[in-house]
Design a protein around this ligand. Structure first.
Ligand code: SF4
Length: 984
């Protein structure tokens, strides 16, 4: 039996079932309704009717409804597809589907396989149960046994069953666009790398990898670069995410080790959130904070954020500081704590050093001075300081708002200073706790997979540490000089110093700051290998060699979440096409490269577990010692925190409980944190401060989440947000198109006024790229300046200006076809969103240009949506006014349309497509304009903000909203917004 094939159950003889009826059977412990149809086929679905909650579907009537085989529940008569389990009346509801077949006259049903694994998105690291049926992941649910989420998932995690299909994947190796075998592609890559290394030295090549790789993948890439090639030019997109947190921990506490655990949320009496919209970026964790507050109404929440985010609106005290001024705020809070005698002198004397060096610095940071720097009332700064010092247990949670800054390391250390001064560390509910952005940024650091790190938290600058790593790998030496970090790496590629680069599992053409410069560097590079799962990722366009990588649900390994907890990632289904796990590709390449370089380094791993064992050994005696862990222990005991040394029975929940720190003096260090303003302050030419951040339902560059219609409903298009006063001052209309310009590039998007922002500030979500907005996305605006200690770029602060954009040409297209994204860059403005349409995905594209676009592009888009063939009809044309209405109607149902010039009918046309109702050309021509329904707050049930506001204005509270509209009753990611709307 193949590994992904479950044991099938023989239910009964085919002739025992009367045609067009069903029977009930127990398969894998689940009640299954098995149907025999008159055409001789058999089908199996879950027997439970989700509406009546009765096990009755085997007694339902089966038949064809709107071209789909369905079973009608005998109770409330809802219809469920026998192919997908989806309810026709409510597409958000699905019942399980099982593989059924006839074997030797018997009906055989395969039980659904349940695979415990981990979510591939944020650093909360939620446990996921993937249910496999008919060889595909049919359903996901939260793993109730996983200590990170106890069964909860946010919208992103809960949509993992809608993973990208094979049509979106890289399926075969390619060399310059031509399909090749693995041998051909890897031999070619090895030859080019070997030739480059021999001619120009090891530092002429580089590896740019990802915090979404598994620890095992990371380990092999790191060994390949440092052990085989002999370069430290291996860096990752974690540089954009967590390096300042790492540098801050090391500077203040001596090691890259978050001291806290999620259970500290339950024990804290003050949660101090800085630079994190936790409700959107780490939704499951934010729900845990909500639960803690419900249980303990005395728990206080202070939020430091320039924006009044959903997180900030839930706070007892919100400090909307000037972007980038966090160090000034924290220094002033420390000033107040010292001035008012609130410091923990006993803790200071026993466990810290360097406080005297800090005294002089903070003496200058009076609340009044910080009030100027931060644009906050001095009284609020004092209140925050008193709350911090006066609480029994303070837990700080922080993320990119502190990290993505030229002052990022000091922002982290200034916050840690507050914890040290008040003794708020090493106790339940107390400590500085960085929230990891990516699912395995920490695992990457554990293996030393970055340009300035060494395996198992060893120090690159230490000859002894380098010798230890060399001995572990059986090589003469590992290089001492730090390699190029992310920004430096792409600059060196641009200068031609790095000639060959290998990019795995990340999309730098979109995610790096100053994206146009990165694209120019990639376009001019001598040799680029891209190892990627998703075909449309922008970086694939620059690949000389493109290698198909396995994705989530298809590979084995481990990841480490924000609280140092190592979880297993398991394969539920085989990868499509010729895709392979990332560690496997790297090891195969390494074996070929070492033959050419005539070097001997072990890369003969037979499995991910083999790699894990070697990594585990490298941690022996280190702060993150996991010599007591194995795949078997993780299988038996579940996810575990490090350290977990040999002989341990459990990992350590909390670090530094004894007040002993991994520094030479064994004391934690106060750092004299000087405040540095952002690299690019606003000026007359670029007067606004641009901040970037995350949407609730999208992940990174949307290569995966951007394929799932449901995940567009909360934020369907790229917008720049500004304060209403700023909007009025610029003479712009709310909802109009504007050009957002920085010194590096510009993007056209819609402007929205919101009092969530401070006057003079602007905000754009970081996710939008060329496939959804045209241009090169948000990061054409951002700046590549980086923190001198962490080398993390300042993605969250750039100076921009907004200009009105008046298009002379506009169009809206819609159709059920995919692939429009590749044409968007040809327009000044573009917005592509997917809309859930039963089992299909409706692509809606809005376009605008300052001039008429070329006819070839329009013809290509028409062809894509079938608006050029025999079934296409020109409903209306007014050449003088540039108006055209083109549709494709099949069997009296509207299948696609393009409106040019006059877009007033776009919404009724779109509604007609979603309803699949019969329409005539006359009806379409006379359709009355309609407003869009607006964004959905609850993505799971598609409940719109307008519906919620209407219910609230008629007196509904949260409970009534949940009962009547069902919003917030599935994944719960929208609960913070619902609470806010209900209280409005
Ligand atoms: Fe995944 Fe959401 Fe959990 Fe993050 S909070 S790990 S995105 S399910």
């Amino acid at each position: 039996m193949k590994p992904h094939e479950p044991m099938a159950v023989r239910v009964c003889r085919l002739e025992d079932i009367v045609p067009d009826t069903g029977v009930c059977a127990l398969v894998g412990g689940e009640q299954v309704a098995v149907f025999r149809l008159a055409d001789g086929s058999v089908h199996a679905v879950g027997n439970r009717d989700p509406f009546s909650r009765a096990n009755v579907l085997s007694r339902g009537i089966v038949g064809d409804l709107k071209g789909e085989l369905v079973v009608a529940s005998p109770v409330y008569k809802q219809h469920f597809s026998l192919a997908t389990g989806r309810c026709q009346e409510d597409p958000s509801v699905r019942i399980p589907v099982y593989a059924a077949r006839i074997e030797e006259g018997h009906v055989v049903v395969e039980p659904r396989q349940q695979v415990r694994t981990t979510c591939p998105y944020c650093g909360v690291g939620c446990g996921v149960v993937a249910v496999v049926a008919k060889g595909a992941i049919a359903e996901v649910r939260g793993d109730r046994t996983h200590p990170a989420n106890f069964g909860r998932l946010c919208t992103k995690g809960a949509s993992l069953d809608q993973s990208p299909g094979a049509e979106t994947r890289v399926l075969h190796p390619e060399v310059r666009g031509e399909r090749k075998s693995w041998d051909e592609a890897l031999d070619h890559a090895a030859a080019r790398f070997a030739e480059t290394i021999e001619r120009h030295g090891p530092d002429s090549v580089a590896f740019y990898i990802s915090g979404q790789l598994l620890t095992e993948d990371y380990y092999v890439f790191n060994k390949l670069a440092k052990g085989l090639v002999g370069t430290n030019n291996v860096d990752t997109n974690s540089r954009l995410c967590m390096s300042s947190a790492v540098a801050g921990y090391k500077m203040s506490l001596g090691a890259d080790a978050p001291p806290c655990a999620y259970e500290d949320i339950d024990a804290a009496d003050l949660i101090f959130i800085a630079g994190s919209n936790t409700a959107f970026a780490h939704p499951v964790l934010f729900r845990r904070i909500g639960d803690a507050k419900t249980r303990n109404p005395a728990l206080k929440l202070v939020v430091v954020d320039p924006r009044a985010t959903v997180t900030a609106r839930a706070a007892d005290l919100h400090l909307p500081l000037r972007p980038g001024s966090d160090v000034a705020l924290f220094n002033a809070m420390l000033h107040v704590i010292v001035r008012e005698g609130l410091a923990d002198e006993r803790y200071l004397a026993a466990h810290t050093e360097g406080f005297d060096g800090l005294r002089a610095l903070i003496a200058h940071w009076t609340p009044e001075r910080a009030a100027q720097a931060c644009d906050l009332p001095a009284a609020d700064i004092e209140q925050a300081a008193r709350l911090f010092a006066g609480s029994k247990a303070v837990l700080s949670l922080y993320c990119q708002g502190l990290n993505q800054s030229v002052n990022g390391t000091f922002k982290n250390s200034a916050l840690i200073n507050l914890h040290l001064a008040t003794g708020q560390i090493g106790r339940p509910g107390a400590g500085p706790f960085s929230l990891t952005g990516q699912p395995n940024a920490m695992g990457g650091r554990e293996v030393g997979g970055m340009a300035n790190l060494l395996s198992a938290h060893r120090d690159l600058a230490s000859a002894q540490d380098r010798a230890e790593v060399a001995a572990l790998w059986g090589v003469e030496s590992v290089p001492a000089a730090p390699g190029k970090t992310a920004v430096e790496m792409f600059e060196a590629i641009g200068r031609g110093e790095i000639k060959a680069v290998w990019i795995a599992c990340t999309n730098p053409a979109q995610s790096m700051p100053d994206a146009l410069a990165v694209r120019r560097a990639l376009a001019g590079a001598e040799f680029v290998v891209v190892q990627e799962a998703i075909r449309d990722a922008e970086t694939c366009d620059y690949a000389h060699v493109l290698l198909p990588a396995a994705s989530w649900g298809e590979k084995e390994g481990t990841v480490t979440n924000s609280e140092r907890r190592i979880s297993r990632v398991r394969a539920a289904v085989p990868p499509p096409g010729e895709a392979r796990p990332d560690w496997h590709i790297a090891a195969d390449f390494a074996r070929r490269l070492q033959r050419r370089l005539r070097r001997e380094v072990f890369f003969g791993y037979a499995s991910a577990e083999d790699v894990f064992r070697e990594h585990r050994e490298s941690t022996r005696g280190r702060d993150l010692d996991i010599t007591g862990l194995s795949y078997a222990v993780l299988e038996r005991e579940g996810p575990q925190q490090w350290p977990y040394p040999e002989g341990a029975r459990a990992g350590r929940t909390r670090l530094y409980a004894d007040g002993v720190f991994p520094t030479p003096s064994r004391r934690a260090r106060f750092v004299a944190t000087e405040y540095l303003p952002p690299a690019e302050e606003p000026d007359a030419g670029y007067p606004l401060r641009l901040n970037t951040g995350r949407l609730r339902d999208q992940w990174h560059s949307m290569t995966r989440t951007g394929l799932i219609p449901r995940l567009f409903s909360h934020s369907p298009e790229a917008e720049v947000n500004i304060h209403p006063q700023t909007l009025a001052g610029l003479g712009l209309a709310d909802g109009s198109l504007v050009r957002v310009a920085s010194r590096r590039g510009s993007a056209v998007m819609r402007v929205r006024a919101t009092d969530d922002l401070r006057p003079g500030d602007a905000f754009v979500a970081m996710h939008w790229g060329a496939r959804f907005t045209g241009g090169a996305g948000t990061n054409v605006l951002t700046v590549a300046a980086f923190d001198p200690h962490s080398r993390q770029p300042e993605l969250k602060h750039a100076a921009v200006r907004l200009e009105p954009f008046a298009p002379t040409w506009r169009a809206v297209l819609a159709g059920f076809e995919s692939g429009a994204g590749r044409w968007l860059q040809r327009f000044d403005y573009a917005s592509l969103a997917l809309v859930e349409a039963g089992q299909e995905s409706l692509t809606c594209v809005e376009l605008a240009s300052a001039g008429t676009p070329d006819a070839e592009t329009l013809a290509a888009l028409d062809a894509l949506f079938g608006l050029d063939g025999a079934e296409a009809r020109l409903l209306h044309r007014d050449a003088k006014r540039g108006i055209e209405k083109r549709v494709r109607i099949e069997e009296r149902v509207l299948k696609a349309f393009r409106l040019t010039g006059d877009l007033a009918s776009a919404e009724p046309f779109r509604q007609a497509m979603l309803a699949r109702s019969e329409v005539t050309e006359e009806e379409l021509l006379s359709a009355a304009p309609a407003a869009t329904a607006g964004r959905a707050v609850c993505s799971c049930y598609g409940v719109r903000e307008s519906e919620i506001r209407a219910a609230v204005s008629s007196g509904a509270d949260l409970a009534r909203l949940q009962k009547e509209l069902r919003c917030g009753t599935n994944c719960g990611s929208c609960l913070p917004e619902l609470r806010r709307l209900a209280a409005a």
